[in-house]
Write a protein that binds this ligand. Structure first.
Ligand code: HEC
Ligand code: HEC
Length: 477
């Protein structure tokens, strides 16, 4: 169906181009690939003005500095296996700064990893089973800029000015214990997940009981650190080491990870040399609506943070174990699992694209392992989903037996993205060049990132700091 529509609009466009050519008017739908450098700069300047782009996303809260005592405490906690129920897994197990704030895996591997310190593509499972975590670990970089929702299915959500909804309370009520920021609210959940950090520890107890037990664990050795972190030299372990405080400190560490100094920002600030010709063409395609000859990406990836924070069905190929919905267990219904609304089936939140070059694999389940492949999907979703090639996956042990049927179910539910008419052979290349210009060079530079990674000799008070290593070279990340 989509292909038929595409073909007929394509031929209509060709006919109208011929007619317009004959009567001498230029088409509104210009071919971006034909523009020269000056024309590109001029078109982009208009877009930057009308879309009010500054290169700097807005944060609702003051941004913590990584050298602040609370963020330093947060870093220790983020890297500590003490917060993992069975003492094997830390937050960093799936969110390492050297791996784009993620793990470089399609689907995250938590408590069932074979060697917990190995991170990246060589991270393996304990048993020859299928990967249990159903989704791709998103980046922690720039999380402070989310204003409304966190998680692929938006299950942490700011509800107007009332507070924050979390999975601990019925949708869409507010969780009184969520904390001050979305990031703090989120940090209270990975520790409760049996696949991610909890394992079998306190298996049957409520989330809040588990959190309190983990706070108790910390009370043993962490008092000096919490006193420093919360600037309370005389505070007692019971008062200072609470689940509210440890999640707040972790959130400060994460929220200090601001990496926005990209070539695109430099370009907006006036450096016309900051982007290559191809990146400028990509920018124009990205920010121009389909009906005007563009690719229409900014319709959803809007503003300086490249997301409208809404959720859509883009027919992402459904690989992996899926997320239990009580009926089938291998598909993932996305936001529908949160809201139970039929219309929310297969909707996932629009991700930010800042530093997207280093945050692969891409999609909520990491189905695409190259930026080119996910871009082709975004340009022509149904075609790409139907022709999806799982050979691109580098990770073993991903369940694929229902891939075709599950993806088809998403397509049949009705997708919210239209294929770009007249895909030019250079569109993918240009869009990828543009998206690579959204990378802050710091995220590719070990020295620049070192502030967010403990030193080789550092350890937390329990001796539980996870120093991640590359499985192939054996070197620290
Ligand atoms: C086993 C791997 C794993 C561990 C360990 C883990 N995470 Fe995650 N994290 C994920 C996955 C997978 C998601 C996406 C889940 C979803 O959307 O359903 C996620 C989502 C997030 C997000 C949301 C980002 C966004 O853009 O919405 C943040 C922030 C985050 N994790 C921080 C943490 C913190 C803090 C910890 C430790 C308390 C932690 N993670 C532990 C895998 C992990
Ligand atoms: C209708 C809204 C919409 C439009 C238009 C759109 N996207 Fe997306 N995009 C999304 C959503 C939603 C996701 C996440 C889907 C998922 O994971 O299931 C996504 C995911 C992505 C990702 C993966 C990011 C990551 O971190 O995994 C990239 C890259 C991307 N889009 C680029 C583009 C480009 C380039 C265009 C234009 C050709 C575009 N998108 C058009 C909504 C949109």
């Amino acid at each position: 169906m989509e292909d038929i529509i595409n073909k007929s609009t394509t031929s209509l466009k060709i006919i109208s181009l011929i007619i317009m050519g004959m009567v001498g008017v230029s088409s509104q739908a210009e071919d971006v690939d034909q523009l020269n450098n000056e024309q590109l700069d001029s078109r982009l300047s208009t877009i930057i003005k009308t879309s009010k782009l500054t290169g700097k996303p807005h944060s609702n809260q003051p941004i913590p500095n990584i050298s602040s005592p609370k963020a330093q405490l947060g870093m220790k906690l983020f890297y500590s296996k003490t917060l993992g129920g069975d003492n094997t897994t830390a937050c960093v197990s799936c969110h390492h700064p050297m791996l784009g704030g993620g793990d470089n895996l399609s689907l995250a591997v938590g408590v069932d990893s074979k060697k917990p310190d190995i991170m990246g593509v060589h991270r393996e499972l304990k048993k020859d089973n299928f990967t249990r975590v159903p989704r791709n670990a998103p980046t922690t970089f720039n999380v402070t800029f989310w204003q409304r929702v966190l998680f692929h299915d938006a299950r942490i959500e700011k509800i107007d000015d009332k507070g924050i909804h979390t999975p601990d309370v019925p949708y869409p009520t507010v969780d009184a214990l969520a904390g001050e920021t979305l990031v703090q609210a989120q940090a209270r959940f990975p520790i409760t997940s049996s696949d991610e950090m909890r394992g079998e520890y306190m298996d049957k107890s409520f989330n809040q009981t588990l959190r309190r037990a983990l706070a108790k664990r910390l009370q043993k050795n962490w008092l000096t650190d919490f006193r420093k972190g919360f600037d309370d030299p005389k505070g007692s372990a019971e008062d200072l080491i609470t689940e509210q405080n440890f999640s707040e400190a972790i959130a400060d560490y994460e929220r200090s990870q601001v990496f926005i100094n990209s070539p695109w920002k430099a370009y907006i600030e006036g450096d016309k040399q900051a982007l290559s010709d191809s990146a400028k063409k990509g920018a124009l395609l990205f920010h121009t609506a389909q009906k005007e000859g563009g690719a229409g990406c900014a319709q959803c990836h809007s503003g300086d943070f490249f997301t409208d924070e809404r959720a859509y069905n883009t027919a992402m190929p459904q690989i992996g174990a899926g997320k239990d919905n009580g009926v089938t267990s291998t598909n993932d219904y996305g936001c529908n699992l949160v809201t139970k609304k039929e219309d929310d089936k297969f909707r996932f939140r629009t991700p930010t694209l800042l530093n997207v070059e280093v945050t692969g694999p891409w999609g909520h389940d990491g189905a695409y392992t190259s930026l080119e492949a996910i871009t082709r999907h975004m340009l022509s979703p149904v075609k790409s989903a139907k022709n999806y090639d799982s050979k691109q996956l580098t990770q073993k042990h991903i369940a694929l037996q229902d891939l075709k049927a599950n993806t088809q179910e998403a397509i049949d539910a009705g997708i919210h993205i239209t294929a770009k008419p007249n895909i030019n052979k250079n569109d993918v290349k240009n869009l990828v060049s543009y998206m690579k210009a959204l990378t802050d060079p710091c995220v590719k530079d070990r020295a620049c990132l070192s502030k967010w990674i403990p030193n080789a000799n550092d350890n937390d008070p329990d001796g539980q700091t996870l120093h991640a290593v590359n499985g192939k070279t054996g070197k620290r990340l």
